[in-house]
Design a protein. Structure first.
Length: 275
């Protein structure tokens, strides 16, 4: 994760050199630019899609800590370490608990507290709960009907923009409908291996980062890209295909070699521990 993020941020600031040294340094360490700004983005990362990585890295840290305390109870401990601080901070400063990702603490000058109080933390807990309860739905007789209802509910939310907001209050609840529908279907019906889906799964992280680079390049050199001034299927297709190509290159040149290095280091650490 980290090497390709460094490369992606470096490429982005080379193309768009408008950020201060402090903003760049914060971005390299998963610290969003300004925790006094609108939640849950907090000024974004320099590479704007990477704003959410600060939450992911915090979750990984808490989850690793929980495993160190008790592997069998890791989900319970992680949930407590995420929910309790966020809830206490919201209750103390806002006198209530919000599931809206835009929630901001009132009357505090310690702006990083907004991050730890963010309702986005609750989404990780929901994800872990879904992981635990899905085993109980193996062999579920009505999985097709329920999956279809959940899928249609998701599409209804999407096309009607029901609760168009960040967090469990809005997009998070949409995602739950779609994810549970997919998990129920996979658990009871199974999915055939797809080379196309495997390909996009492999490059997904690279694609998540580099599409911002593609868009920035096209915006910077829009005078040389005649169709970029208007929204059109061609514009979307060019952005999509260019991003896929760049993601594939970064995946093979940086991500895969770094994964091999990581696995090699992990295997050596395991052998050293045994001795």
């Amino acid at each position: 994760m980290y090497p390709i993020l460094i490369v992606a941020i470096t490429i982005y600031i080379f193309i768009n050199p408008v950020y201060s040294s402090e903003e760049i340094l914060r971005s390299y360490f998963f610290i969003n630019r300004d925790y006094s700004k609108a939640a849950p983005f907090f000024g974004y990362n320099v590479l704007f899609p990477a704003w959410s990585l600060s939450y992911e890295m915090y979750f990984y840290f808490v989850f690793a800590l929980a495993m160190g305390i008790s592997h069998p109870k890791r989900i319970l401990i992680t949930s407590a370490l995420l929910i309790i601080p966020a809830s206490i901070l919201q209750l103390y400063f806002n006198a209530g608990i919000s599931l809206n990702g835009n929630m901001h603490l009132q009357d505090t000058n310690i702006t990083p507290l907004n991050f730890f109080a963010s309702p986005m933390m609750f989404e990780f807990v929901v994800g872990m709960l879904l992981f635990k309860i899905m085993d109980y739905f193996e062999g579920f007789k009505y999985y097709k009907s329920v999956s279809l209802i959940l899928l249609l509910s998701f599409l209804t939310c999407y096309f009607t923009t029901f609760r168009f907001a960040v967090g469990l209050y809005g997009f998070g609840s949409w995602a739950i409908l779609l994810i549970v529908a997919a998990l129920l279907f996979e658990k009871n019906h199974g999915l055939k291996e797809s080379r196309i889906l495997t390909f996009f799964g492999d490059i997904s992280y690279s694609l998540y980062l580099v599409h911002a680079i593609t868009m920035q390049i096209l915006m910077k050199y829009h005078d040389h890209v005649p169709f970029y001034g208007k929204n059109s299927p061609l514009k979307f297709l060019v952005i999509l295909l260019t991003s896929i190509v760049l993601a594939w290159i970064l995946h093979h040149v940086i991500e895969k070699p770094m994964l091999r290095v990581g696995k090699l280091a992990l295997n050596k650490a395991k052998k050293f521990k045994k001795t």
